[in-house]
Design a binder for this molecule. Structure first.
Ligand SMILES: *[C@@H]1O[C@H](CO)[C@@H](O)[C@H](O)[C@H]1NC(C)=O
Ligand SMILES: *[C@@H]1O[C@H](CO)[C@@H](O)[C@H](O)[C@H]1NC(C)=O
Ligand SMILES: *[C@@H]1O[C@H](CO)[C@@H](O)[C@H](O)[C@H]1NC(C)=O
Ligand SMILES: *[C@@H]1O[C@H](CO)[C@@H](O)[C@H](O)[C@H]1NC(C)=O
Ligand SMILES: *[C@@H]1O[C@H](CO)[C@@H](O)[C@H](O)[C@H]1NC(C)=O
Ligand SMILES: *[C@@H]1O[C@H](CO)[C@@H](O)[C@H](O)[C@H]1NC(C)=O
Ligand SMILES: [Zn+2]
Length: 772
């Protein structure tokens, strides 16, 4: 564990202007290990070690960078200056929730993170100049707060009075609301965003001043969370564990974001144990932490059955996901296993039990209240689709959590989920048009059939995490083992890695996800295990060649990593092919409610469903399948390619157009459709026998959904089960599967012997129909 708080002041380059103000800043020494996974067996590269190449993600990044570059950073200082009596230029604060209301300051933190990431990627001075100016001004505000005796504890920095933070705790326990004098709104969430922004400024641009400010803020936080509101007349002493539990259970007011991820990082940098204590003060011990350690899913309970004195029955998704990212950071610096177990178990409650095909979670359902930011009941996906959608911030945080869990337990499933979010909701969150005044980011990404996305979000949470997401696309492409013996290739993204310590550079050329291959060129010499991710969706035809020779030591297993171990030489080339297929994903609780996937990409159906008796688009697809079971052959065909290179698809009858989820405009689209397959058909042969469902005794929703049938006896249809076993090498193999499945349905009392015979006869007659 590295513990240092050393500054390497480069005074030689510090310039004094006429009035004696330092205008060029000291560069700090940044330790080689920091941030998520810095003590883990697998570790990330720093953002500036990987450059993003041209393609889909770079296009999205550049639209945000244009906005970041044009945005007047002075707007961020207005509210901070106003608090401290410092003069302001004639500019307005950003607006949205960054408007003087009780969440002010959060967007400033996001902006700091975003521009420091933009700088790390391509090194454009404009971002560093903006960042240095903002950090310098924020430092002056922090000094002014303390010097002007505006705070109870020294080191506070915010766009609001310190009191908005202290009043959350005893003796007042202020609640969520909009009264600036009495209410509070996620004050530690805002502190987290500002601190995160400053730490990222330090990590990504070596700003010693940012480190200085954030360490002072952490020293303040320790006092604020232990000694607390000591000048209040009813003060009764330091905060107790009970007080803290009570605070974190407060809906929205108690939302602290990932505050607990910051302090272990400050501990790592300073060696000061108080910061680890601060992190643990945020443990949500009364109503969630213990259940997570024990793997008891209580994200939603029946009203009145929830633990704790004031937690809600239905928890708010984006309040809780980042708490578990913080627990992982505590684990990384304390080795207390409970913190890891809590995070791992919590993640498994969300994915897959509350997880949509586009990588998001949350939403409402008929009969629930109307707040789509809350978690659904465990197992409820289908009944949550029709009404609104997933908050983009929550996906940003789920990606952070999956990534961080992977660094400790290298289960490729985490990366499959990461890839799903990274190539769907994240690029889908940025509208495909340029603006220098509006970030054009989503808040919710609705699943409602025929819904459209809305873009904007200046000054909101999702407008903040959105600026970050699009400036760090390269952060998970490669990982390295702690001992440097392995390079993990997690994602197929055009990029260049510079691994100085090993003397390797790796250039990845690919147009993924627009195409399905990638080429890696190695520069460097020496032994190295290269671990290539075999995505779970790459079920057929994944191949790896090295210098043109097929790598045959290991058979690629979808949902794992394939290791290529050798001594590499400059000029060695690895080529990966991972043919896309179109596949159907059935929702876990209602098998006829389905999504169409191509590789990791969700294909959305364009248009507004027009059937007045079903809000979903309805599709019948089995009659278009051949023995290979490939939906791309006829059921959903690629018909063209957009100017940007995106594949576009049409259903077999030519009625519907489908396109990748990440395409971002305001057209109405459907992410899920209803599968309508009334009869058992083989090509155009209709047997006339109903395509019955198997009773899979699906788990009922843990907390019943009012007015909705729980899954109960639902299950896949006869044809679902047959085609799940595609491809079929021969027609005989197909007939065998049909007969076996039909026999099983007869045994289960679902078909009569006569129906079975009709089905098998139909299959027998379908040889020409199903021939490829
Ligand atoms: C500055 O603060 C004062 C008093 O706190 C407030 O009345 C005023 O609206 C603030 N200005 C801005 C731009 O928020
Ligand atoms: C700072 O403020 C506190 C209370 O607001 C007061 O008791 C104290 O005397 C002040 N200190 C200075 C140096 O003004
Ligand atoms: C209150 O907290 C402070 C600082 O965190 C600590 O030094 C002090 O010992 C605590 N007081 C009591 C009574 O626990
Ligand atoms: C990886 O995680 C998935 C999902 O939780 C689980 O089903 C699988 O067993 C895990 N694989 C390993 C090798 O632990
Ligand atoms: C509309 O939906 C109903 C209910 O699923 C279905 O019976 C009907 O065939 C559909 N109509 C059309 C034109 O698809
Ligand atoms: C779909 O296309 C078919 C044939 O091209 C046509 O007969 C049918 O009316 C269309 N259905 C809808 C709902 O447009
Ligand atoms: Zn949000």
């Amino acid at each position: 564990m590295t513990r240092l708080y050393r500054f390497l002041f480069t005074f030689g380059s510090a310039l004094l202007s006429e009035n004696g103000v330092v205008t060029a800043h000291a560069e700090a020494d940044v330790p080689s290990e920091y941030g998520p996974g810095s003590t883990a067996p697998v570790r990330p590269f720093h953002l500036d070690q990987v450059q993003l190449g041209n393609g889909l993600l770079q296009e999205k990044r550049d639209r945000i960078k244009t906005f970041l570059e044009s945005y007047d950073e002075r707007k961020f200082l207005v509210l901070f200056n106003n608090q401290t009596g410092r003069p302001n230029p004639d500019v307005e604060p950003p607006g949205g929730w960054e408007d003087g209301g009780l969440l002010s300051g959060h967007w400033t933190g996001h902006f700091l993170t975003a521009i420091s990431q933009a700088y790390a990627d391509q090194g454009e001075e404009v971002f560093k100049t903006k960042l240095d100016w903002m950090v310098k001004e924020l430092a002056s505000c922090q000094d002014a707060f303390t010097a002007r005796n505006l705070t109870t504890h020294p080191g506070y920095l915010g766009a609001l009075p310190e009191d908005t933070v202290l009043r959350l705790g005893p003796p007042r326990f202020a609640v969520y609301g909009s009264n600036l004098d009495t209410n509070t709104w996620a004050p530690w969430y805002t502190q987290h965003k500002i601190m995160r922004g400053l730490l990222d400024a330090y990590y990504n641009t070596k700003s010693s001043q940012a480190l200085d400010v954030v360490v002072k803020m952490a020293n303040w936080a320790h006092l604020a969370i232990t000694v607390g509101d000591k000048n209040h007349p009813s003060y009764k002493g330091n905060l107790t564990r009970d007080d803290l539990n009570y605070m974190w259970d407060l809906y929205i007011g108690g939302e602290f974001g990932g505050a607990n991820e910051i302090f272990p990082e400050i501990y790592q940098l300073t060696g000061d144990n108080r910061h680890l204590e601060t992190a643990k003060a945020f443990d949500n011990r009364e109503s969630l932490f213990g259940a997570a350690v024990e793997d008891r899913d209580i994200l939603v309970t029946s009203p009145g059955k929830q633990p704790g004195r004031r937690r809600a029955a239905r928890l708010h998704a984006n309040t809780h996901v980042p708490q578990f990212i913080g627990y992982l950071r505590v684990y990384e610096h304390s080795d207390q296993q409970d913190y890891f177990d809590a995070a791992k178990n919590f993640y498994s409650w969300v994915v897959p039990h509350r997880y949509f095909a586009h990588g998001g979670t949350g939403g409402t359902f008929p009969g629930s209240d109307t707040n789509p930011e809350l978690f659904q009941n465990r197992g409820n996906v289908a009944n949550a689709i029709a009404t609104n959608g997933a908050e983009t911030c929550t996906t940003y945080n789920l990606l952070k959590l999956a990534r961080n869990l992977f660094l400790h337990e290298h289960n490729a499933t985490y990366m499959d989920n990461y890839e799903r979010g990274l190539f769907n909701m994240i690029p889908g969150s940025r509208r495909d048009s340029s603006s220098t005044s509006d970030p054009l980011l989503t808040y919710f990404q609705p699943l409602t059939p025929g819904a459209s996305r809305e873009y904007g979000n200046t000054g909101t949470c999702c407008g903040g995490t959105g600026m970050e997401s699009h400036t760090k696309y390269q952060e998970t492409v490669y990982f390295r083992s702690a001992d440097g013996s392995a390079l993990w290739v997690n994602l197929y993204v055009p990029s260049a890695l510079t691994w100085e310590e090993k003397g390797f550079t790796v250039k990845q050329e690919t147009s993924f996800p627009r195409t399905d291959s990638a080429k890696f060129t190695i520069n460097g010499q020496g032994p190295l295990d290269v671990k290539l991710r075999v995505p779970a969706w790459a079920r057929k035809g994944f191949t790896v060649t090295v210098n043109g020779q097929t790598e045959s030591n290991e058979k690629p297993q979808p949902g794992t990593y394939l290791t290529v171990s050798r001594t590499w030489n400059t000029g060695d080339v690895i080529e990966v092919r991972m043919p896309f297929s179109i596949r159907i994903e059935r929702s876990i609780d209602r098998p006829d409610t389905q999504a169409i996937m191509r590789g990791p990409i969700l294909l959305q159906i364009l248009g507004t469903p027009s059937n007045s008796s079903d809000s979903y688009q309805q599709l019948s697809l089995y009659r278009y399948l051949k023995l290979d079971g490939d939906y791309a052959r006829a059921a959903i065909k690629q018909t063209s390619t957009s100017a940007a290179g995106d594949p576009l698809f049409t259903t077999s009858d030519g009625n519907l157009t489908l396109r990748p989820y990440y395409i971002s405009d305001e057209k109405p689209t459907s992410s899920y459709f209803r599968r309508v397959e009334p009869n058992v058909v083989f090509g155009t042969i209709d047997t006339g026998v109903p395509n019955r469902k198997r009773n899979d005794k699906l788990p009922n929703y843990d907390v019943p959904v009012s007015g909705m049938d729980s899954p109960g006896s639902d299950g896949p249809t006869f044809l679902d089960l047959v085609w799940d076993l595609a491809p079929f090498d021969t027609h005989a193999a197909f007939i065998k599967v049909v007969s076996d499945t039909a026999d099983a349905f007869v045994s289960a009392g679902l078909y009569t012997a006569a129906e079975r015979d009709t089905i098998v006869k139909g299959a027998g007659n379908s040889e020409k129909e199903l021939a490829a």
